[in-house]
Design a protein around this ligand. Structure first.
Ligand SMILES: [Zn+2]
Length: 298
């Protein structure tokens, strides 16, 4: 049995997968918001899940931020109480078994690469375009963590080939013009406000575009153009077999038809073809991918 845990800013979610990849137990509790509280809650969750399934499982944990392969400490998590903490080692001690941890976007991509929308590809790049932006790269069913734990950290690169209307913005990470400020759902809203002077939620902009509002349509087109440019940059580095999109903006169906032509127009040589598809597992990708940090067992 594989147990996967997704550590979110406000909640902790755990699920157990059987050998067929079916979720056989699932629990969700609030994130206590402190480091010790979080570790205790995670240990409790594993105990409750194992009581439900009547078996001991492997434990994988998806976290915000990344874990340095050099010192095992978490960095750049928006749940800031995790930063500088040896989460993997503390959970390994508390649970009495080896625990694997990975970035939450990496878990999403792993889940999709194993048995989701990316299952047909050897090289799968995936991005979360939600409140924030994250990315991950999976090759042959394994996350590319990288020498420093930075593999797939796409969200804090700058948007390439910047247009005039996309005035760059300070990002919480200390840089300017990051994708997180322009390709996230909140970035979609921010650039619409820059273009029109009107503050609307992302879903409201999308609804207005569908109703024929020209300014909203232009903001959606501009968003898709940014996303296509940002994906072209990845194509020129790893040229994935499949690109998977997750998060709120991935549910906007209008983005998929125009994306390939935008990517093609920005890749070296102008000839490119690969599927860009929405994630299969939606909100379950986090726990499913965390569980898949360990191999399937009977
Ligand atoms: Zn940034």
């Amino acid at each position: 049995m594989q147990i996967g845990i997704d550590v979110g800013g406000t909640k902790l979610e755990a699920a157990a997968l059987n050998a067929d990849g079916a979720i056989v137990a699932r629990l969700r509790v609030p994130n206590p918001g402190s480091y010790d509280g979080c570790v205790h809650a995670l240990v409790d969750l594993v105990a409750q899940i194992e009581a439900q399934i009547g078996a001991r499982g492997s434990v994988g944990v998806g976290l915000p931020g990344f874990t340095s392969p050099r010192d095992g400490l978490v960095r750049n998590a928006n749940a800031t109480f995790l930063n500088g903490r040896p989460v993997r080692d503390d959970l390994t001690t508390a649970l009495g078994r080896p625990v694997r941890v990975a970035n939450d976007a990496n878990c999403m991509v792993l889940s999709e690469a194993v048995d989701g929308a990316g299952a047909a590809g050897r090289v799968v790049f995936g991005v979360i375009v939600g409140t924030g932006v994250g990315g991950g790269l999976v090759v042959d069913g394994r996350i590319v963590e990288g020498a420093n734990g930075l593999g797939g950290e796409w969200g804090h690169l700058p948007v390439p080939w910047l247009r005039n209307e996309e005035a760059d913005a300070a990002c919480w990470c200390g840089q300017y013009g990051c994708m997180e400020t322009m390709i996230s759902g909140t970035g979609f809203e921010r650039v619409h406000r820059l273009r029109t002077g009107v503050s609307l939620s992302g879903p409201a902009i999308t609804a207005a575009a569908r109703d024929g509002d020209g300014a909203a349509r232009a903001s959606l087109d501009s968003y898709v153009d940014r996303l296509g440019r940002a994906l072209a940059m990845i194509v020129n580095i790893v040229d994935p077999d499949v690109i998977v999109l997750a998060g709120g903006m991935s549910n906007v169906s209008e983005i998929y038809a125009p994306l390939p032509a935008i990517v093609r127009a920005h890749v070296f040589g102008g000839v490119w073809d690969a599927p860009i598809v929405p994630a299969r597992w939606g909100d379950s990708s986090g726990v499913r991918g965390a569980a898949r940090l360990w191999p399937t067992t009977a």
